[in-house]
Design a protein around this ligand. Structure first.
Ligand code: ZN
Length: 80
């Protein structure tokens, strides 16, 4: 009966590699000749992608997880 140390549904945040802003949604991109992926925020994304021959879009990262039990349920009510 151990209590988990975190809330499974608590949203996570990542820091934008460019402006270091923590965000719930970031874009996974390559932006240089290296093979590593970085996460860029909504605001920085256009600047990173523009005129960048190395730019590759690798998907969207979200800190909030979808509930597997009801994929199309619109139950976005706050827990209050
Ligand atoms: Zn940013």
């Amino acid at each position: 009966m151990a209590q988990p140390e975190y809330h499974p549904q608590a949203p996570k945040r990542k820091a934008c590699f460019r402006c270091a802003t923590l965000s719930l949604r970031l874009y996974r991109v390559r932006h240089d000749a290296g093979r590593q992926w970085d996460f860029v925020c909504d605001a920085c994304w256009p600047a990173v992608a523009k005129d960048n021959p190395f730019y590759v879009y690798g998907g969207t990262w979200k800190g909030t997880r979808h509930k597997n039990t009801s994929p199309d349920a619109n139950s976005d009510t706050p827990n209050a």
